[in-house]
Design a protein around this ligand. Sequence first.
Ligand code: ATP
Length: 590
Amino acid sequence: MKYLDLVSTYEKLENTTKRLEMIDHLVDLIKITPTELIDIIIYLTLGEPSWIGKPEIGMAEKLAIKTISTSFGVPVKKIERQIKKISGLSSEKKAIDLGSYVGTLKGKKQMTLIKPKPLTISQVYSTFENMRTYSGAGSQERKMKSLASLLSNASPKEAKWIIRTIEGKLRVGIAEMTMIEALAIAFTDEKANKEIIENAYNVRCDLGYIAKELAEKGILAIKNIKIQIGTPIRMMLAQRLATPEEILEKLGGKCALEYKYDGIRIQAHKDGEKIVLYSRNLEKLTEQFPDVREYIQDIDVNQLIIEGECVAYDIANNKFKPFQELMHRRRKYDVDKAKEQYQVKLFVFDLLFLNGKSFLNESYLERRKNLEKLIKNNGISTAKSLIVDSPSPFHEFFDKSIKDGCEGVIAKSIQKDSIYKAGARGFLWIKFKHSYQENLGDSIDLVVVGGNMGRGKWAGLYGALFGAIYDKDTDLFKTTCKIASGFTEEVLKTFMELLDPFKIQEKDPRVELPSEIKPDVLFSPNIVIEIKGDEITLSPTYSAAFGEFRENSGLSIRFPRFLQIRYDKNPEDATTTNELIQMYQNQNKK
Ligand code: ATP
C-alpha cells in the first residue's frame, strides 16, 4: 500500500470539519487497507497508545529543523521565522506549520528533479520504528540521517505529512470514537456495531489490535475479546445523584457503600514478577510508586489485575495526609527520597482478573469476596464498605467517611447484573460527595481550548482560560465558560509552560467555539483542569448541550473557579455533555 493513499486521506480530513464526511474518508481508507497493515494505519492516524511506553516516533522540533536546513540548504533562522518561532513577525504574515513549509520547499526543489517513486506505508513506518530505537551517543545524527533519507525520497505531500507525524501534530481532527465508528461501518456495514467495538476497546485498550482482530476474524471475535494482562482496561466510572434516597431507589433499595478515598486511581497488573501500574488516563505510574509495586508483588498469586485508590498516608500513625502530597510522587526523579518523604497507601476496591480468569462479568459481591481473600492488610487495605438498605445507615456511614478524612462514598450496585463495566459511566456506581450536601454541587473537569493574556500583575501570563466539555456523540469539545479566578501566580506560570506545546494558529477542528468568543491564544485540546462554579446556567452564547433545555441556549457555568490541573485525565475524560445535563437537572431539583 502506498503512503500516498494515507496522505490523501489526511488531506481530505484536513479539509473538512464535517464529522460524517470525515467518517466517510476513514471508511474508504480502511476498505483499501490490506489486513496486515490495518493496525499500522490506525497507529499512524491516531498515534500509538501511550501506555505501550514506546519512545515517541518524533524528534525534537529543533532537530527536525536542523535536518530540513541541511537537506534543503535553507538557514535554520529562516525556517524558524517561517514557522513563527521568532517573535516580532508581522501578524499579517501567517505562520505555517513545519510540515506544510517542508512540503512547499520540496515542491520547489522537485521541479528540477526526477519524480521519486511513491513511498510505501511499510517503508515509512519501519523508518519511524527504527528512529525510535536510536538512543545514546550518536542517536541524534542517526535520526537526522533517517529523516533526511525519507525526505529525499518523498514527494511534497508525503514530506509534509512525514514531518507532521514525527512532530506528533497531524491535526486531522480524528480521535478514537470517530475511528471506532468508521471501523464499524467499514467492516460490518452497520454503524450500530460501534458499541461492540467500543466495548472491546474498553477491555483491551489498543485500537490497532482491535482493528486487526476485526479484519481477520470479524465482529463476533470482537464481542468475546479477552483481557490481555499488561494491556490496560479502561476504568469503570461513577454517576452522581443528589440524595441517598435517590441513590437507594436507583440501586434497587439496597447497595454496598464504600469510602470514597481522595487520591489517585491505580490499576495494577501483576504477571509473575512483572508489575505495571496504570493511572486514570492509562499512563504508566510503575516507576513512581515502587512501594505500591512491592505491595502488589507481595500478593501471593501469579496473575492479577486490581484497582484501588492510592492516597497520601502516614503509615506509622495510620492517618490520611493531604492530597497535594501525592503530587510529589508523580515526578520521575529522586523517587526513593519521595517514597520515604511522602508515604502512600493503596485502598483496593475491585478485582478484574485473577490467574487466567476474568472477573469483569462477575457480580460486585463475587468480586469483592475474592478481593478480600487476597488482601492481607500490609501496605494495602480493601476499601471500607457496608451494605445498607435505608437512608439512615447510609447517612451514618457517609458521615463516618467524612470524619475519617474521605470525600464521601461511592454506592455500588449489588444486584445480579452488577458487573465491572469497563470504560462506562453508568448507574452501577454512584458517587455521593460531601460537597453535594453543602449545596455546592460537584466540580467539573474542562479541557483548556483558549486563553486570554493577563493584565497588570499578570501581564505576560494567561489571565483567563476557556474551558470545554467533551461531547461523546459528536467527538467534539464544546466550550462552556471562561475561567478567570482561583489562579495563583505559580499556577499561571505552570500554564505558560504546560500549554505552550499546544498553541495553535487556527481553531482545532474538534473544538466548538462560539463565534462571538475570540481568545487571544488557541490551544489544541490536551490539558484538563478541574473547576467549581456557583451554578450551571442557561446561556445563549455557549453551545454545550445546546437546545437541550431551551431553544437557542446552551449551558454555561457561573463564576467558575480554578481548582487544580488534572494530570491524570485525557481530554476525553473531561466532563461530558450528558454529565453536565445531569448536573444541571440535579441542581434544579434542590
Ligand atoms: P471520574 O473518575 O468519575 O471521572 P473524578 O476523577 O473527577 O471523576 P470523582 O468524581 O471525585 O473523581 O470520583 C470518582 C473517583 O473516585 C474514581 O475514579 C476513583 O479514583 C475514586 N475512588 C475513591 N474511592 C473509590 C472507591 N471505593 N470505589 C471506586 N472509586 C473510588
